[in-house]
Design a protein around this ligand. Structure first.
Ligand SMILES: [Zn+2]
Length: 208
């Protein structure tokens, strides 16, 4: 698996490229900014982007999806609970849209990407598990978590979603949607040790 974390835009966003070395297929995760940089990286690796997966509906993750999907002839995947919001960013009627549910699997060549529905930051927020790498969007950051005061946000729902992620192995690597930590990525075990929101195990203390 070829995996690239790409810093993009003025809000410390990360996009990701997941490529299969054999089939040369690739998926981009989140398309908020600097899509030419993503295409350039894919070209350098001789990868063909044909899927775009969106972690959630916020503009800093989706505003370039129409342009990137049109340029690369990609299909776009996102959770059904963020469908109405994300659809507003997609004007080209030829782009194929796929609604995701918890536990769905997307294949990029031979690579399997498992979808974990983690609502709370937004109703249709998802995390993506590919091999031992977890892309967490704005659900879990390095030493922080996503805000819940935006439209559709809910602290208790986010708490439940974080409990789901805690069940993953400690060595699973955490790749967030923003570069907000001291390091750009972490592990589930590392977050359990140092992230006070992720450590928190009761709902009462989970009200943040
Ligand atoms: Zn967000």
């Amino acid at each position: 698996m070829l995996f690239k974390q790409v810093h993009a835009g003025p809000m410390q966003n990360f996009s990701y490229i997941i490529g299969d070395g054999k089939s040369k297929e690739a998926a981009v995760v989140d398309a908020g900014w600097e899509i030419d940089k993503l295409i350039e990286i894919a070209n350098k690796e001789k990868l063909k982007i044909n899927k775009i997966i969106l972690t959630h509906s916020h503009y800093d993750h989706v505003q370039k999806v129409d342009e990137l999907a049109s340029k690369t002839d990609s299909s776009v995947y996102f959770h059904e609970d963020d469908f109405n919001e994300i659809k507003k960013s997609i004007k080209n009627p030829n782009i194929k849209l796929y609604k995701l549910k918890n536990n769905d699997e997307i294949k990029v060549g031979k690579i399997k990407i498992k979808i974990i529905h983690t609502p709370g930051h937004s109703p249709g927020a998802i995390c993506l598990l590919a091999e031992n790498k977890l892309i967490t969007g704005d659900t879990l950051f390095v030493n922080a978590i996503g805000r819940t005061d935006l439209a559709g946000g809910n602290s208790l729902t986010l708490f439940e979603s974080l409990q789901k992620l805690k069940k993953l192995d400690d060595n699973v690597e955490v790749y967030p949607g923003h570069d907000y930590g001291e390091i750009p990525f972490s592990t589930i075990g590392g977050e359990k040790k140092t992230n006070i929101y992720f450590k928190c195990s009761t709902k009462e203390l989970g009200m943040f």
